[in-house]
Structure formats: structure tokens, C-alpha cells
Ligand binder design. Structure first.
Ligand code: 1OR
Ligand code: 1OR
Length: 318
């Protein structure tokens, strides 16, 4: 069933896309797209959106406008939600379902990744006014929440202009990202979300499936490992193996090795992290891969030095 959006305040002609000027104060004159929802739909929508990184830096009013504008879309197996090369119409948040990311290059289509019941896609064409960069195919029955291009650009792009100002200097100072071009660093800022953790809160849990990468913005993060081979009395006891401070990263190992999390990470005091999803990590951090791989070699050396075996990094679920 196609739901018809209610457009309140302002005229429909404003829906036509135009050059975006983030400094223009236009909130009060701009049309608002509202798709009415039942309480039950709103609950499901809020649950699906609670970890969406692009929504993390929005204020209350911006977030409520985004949620008002979102509409439900059910999909069937093999349905193409997005086709590479098309113009961008909507941004999508996943409520449930599996979705393949397929990229065609040199006349060959390749599945380069997959969304598994979480995450979002379709932001790139809307952010940069480019054709769709990949095809997204549902491989199961699924449910999505769409956000129209005009609302996305009005709210998310405006917020991204602010994010660029806020994080530009910090991102330039992150050693891992030094080898990137300035424009590539800005693309990282565009897709990251800030998450805040309280003292003692667990950020990563050893053995979990991984979907995010973290850069410490402020505070301290301690890394603890449980090892079945270590010489510690209690086999299941966690021991501290490292600390990460402002400008340092963690959570890359599971994304690089495609394995479960090798260790757990906890906040020491209040911690702010910039968080990137695995798709953005693969898309944007390719040029930093050598540095990360070199550091992973150091973990393995340390592991052997500390516990006499590097088995656990290869089999972190135990
Ligand atoms: P879009 O608006 O271009 C397709 O529509 C979407 O697929 C895109 O936004 C992203 O949200 C999502 N490269 C390009 N787009 C990707 C990628 C990707 N992964 C997810 N999307 N990768 C590089 C492939 C060479 C990363 C693969 C994990
Ligand atoms: P992850 O995705 O596996 C846990 O999630 C993260 O802890 C991991 O990525 C690394 O970013 C981080 N061995 C394994 N992981 C480590 C280590 C480490 N240090 C930090 N992490 N070692 C410490 C070396 C000083 C070797 C184990 C003794």
C-alpha cells in the first residue's frame, strides 16, 4: 500500500530539489513531510532508528521531524530496493531482513557486503548528488523505513555541515587518518556518529559479531581479554591488555579479519567515541589498511609475549 504524505506548511513546489545552503535559516518556511503512524509503528520505528549513526548528532526537534517523515516499506526476497546508477530518492533504515550490497564494475557484478537486520543505506546519492553507488537486494522478506530526499537533505545535510565544523580539527589530528586526502577525511565526518559511554560501560564484548569501528574522541577506553591459554588462575577472568586515548582507534581487528571481537572494551570515566559502520570502514579506510594490519601484527607479537600463544586472536569466541 502506498501511503500519501501530508505536506504541512509551505507549498509543494518547495519539494523540488535545489542547491543546499546549510547557513540559510529556512526551518520555519520549509515544508514538513509527515507520514502519520500508529503507536505500534512509531515504537518499531524508534527501535530501528536508535543505533543509526547518521541520526546520532541530531537534536530532539530534528530527530522528531525525521521520524515524522519516515514511511514503512515492506520488501520481498529478490526485490531491488536500490539499483546502482539510478538517481537517489530515499534513504533507508533497516527494521529487519537481509540485504546484499552488489556492485557492478567492468561488466561484472560482485556482492561486496551484506546488511544483517541492522543499519541503513542509500545516504551517498542524497548527500553528494551522485548516482546510486551500489545495488541493494533483499535476500529475505524484510521491512524498511524510508526517508525522502528533501527531508534528508534539509535535516541531515544541515547537521553534517555542523559536524564538519565540530570534528574537522580533531579528525585531522588522528594519526591513522593522516595519509588520507582532506576531502576523504571529510567524507568520514559525514558518516560518523558520536556515542557517549559512562564509566564502566561496555563498548565492545569479546566474542560478539562486529559491525562498528571506533575512534576515541575523549576519555579513556580499556581493552580486556579472556584467554583460555593464559597462565592466569581463572581461565575466564578478563585481563587488561591495552588502553586507548584521544585520537586512537579500536574495534578494527574483527572488521579486518572477519572474526568475532577478540577482546572487550570498557569506558574509563565518561568516554566519547566517533563510530563508523563496517560498510563505511571498508569504503573509506582502504588507504589506512596497511597501518592497521601492521598494528595487528604487533597485537599478535604481544599476545605471544604475554600468553605464549597467538591462538586466541584467531579464535576469539572462546
Ligand atoms: P547510495 O545512495 O549510493 C547505494 O545507494 C548504497 O549502498 C550507498 O548509498 C551506501 O549506503 C550503500 N560502496 C558504495 N555504496 C555502499 C557500499 C560500498 N556499501 C554500502 N553501500 N562499498 C564499497 C564497494 C566497492 C562498501 C562495501 C562494504
Ligand atoms: P576487535 O574488533 O577485535 C576488540 O575488538 C578490540 O580491542 C580489537 O578489535 C582491537 O582494536 C583492540 N589484541 C587484540 N585486540 C586488541 C589488542 C590486543 N589491543 C587492543 N585491541 N593485544 C594488545 C596489544 C598491546 C594483544 C593481546 C595481548
Amino acid at each position: 500500500m502506498v501511503q500519501v504524505a501530508q505536506v504541512v506548511a509551505g507549498s509543494v513546489s518547495h519539494l523540488l530539489d535545489r542547491a543546499f545552503n546549510p547557513d540559510e535559516e529556512e526551518e520555519d518556511t520549509e515544508q514538513r513531510v509527515v507520514h502519520p503512524k500508529t503507536d505500534e509503528q512509531r515504537c518499531r520505528l524508534q527501535e530501528a532508528c536508535k543505533d543509526i549513526l547518521l541520526f546520532k548528532n541530531l537534536d530532539q526537534e530534528q530527530l522528531s521531524q525525521v521520524l515524522d517523515a519516515m514511511f514503512e516499506r515492506k520488501v520481498k526476497p529478490q526485490e531491488h530496493v536500490i539499483d546502482q546508477g539510478d538517481d537517489g530518492d530515499n534513504f533507508y533504515v533497516i527494521e529487519r531482513g537481509l540485504y546484499d550490497i552488489v556492485v557492478a564494475k567492468d561488466n561484472q557484478s560482485r556482492c561486496v557486503g551484506r546488511y544483517d537486520n541492522h543499519g541503513s543505506f542509500g545516504e551517498l546519492a542524497l548527500m553528494y548528488n551522485t548516482p546510486r553507488a551500489a545495488t541493494i537486494v533483499a535476500t529475505t522478506e524484510g521491512a524498511l523505513w524510508g526517508l525522502d530526499r528533501v527531508t534528508f537533505r534539509r535535516i541531515i545535510l544541515k547537521n553534517n555541515a555542523k559536524k564538519r565544523k565540530t570534528y574537522e580539527l580533531f579528525i585531522e589530528s588522528v594519526p591513522l587518518l593522516k595519509s588520507l586526502e582532506a576531502s576523504e577525511r571529510m567524507k568520514i565526518v559525514d558518516v560518523i556518529g558520536e556515542k557517549v559511554y559512562q564509566d564502566g560501560e561496555r563498548i565492545i564484548s569479546q566474542g560478539d559479531k562486529a559491525d562498528c569501528f571506533y575512534i576515541v574522541e575523549s576519555g579513556e577506553v580499556k581493552i580486556l581479554i579472556k584467554s583460555k591459554t593464559m597462565t592466569c588462575k581463572e581461565a575466564n577472568q578478563e585481563v587488561e591488555i591495552a588502553r586507548c586515548h584521544r585520537g586512537q582507534y579500536f574495534g578494527e581487528l574483527a572488521l579486518v579479519t572477519n572474526k568475532p571481537r577478540a577482546a572487550s572494551a570498557y569506558a574509563v570515566g565518561e568516554v566519547k567515541c566517533l563510530v563508523m559502520d563496517v560498510q563505511a570502514f571498508e569504503r573509506l579506510l582502504g588507504p589506512c589498511m596497511d597501518i592497521m594490519k601492521r598494528n595487528i601484527t604487533h597485537y599478535e607479537e604481544q599476545l605471544v609475549a604475554m600468553f605464549g600463544s597467538s591462538m586466541d586472536l584467531m579464535d576469539p569466541g572462546n
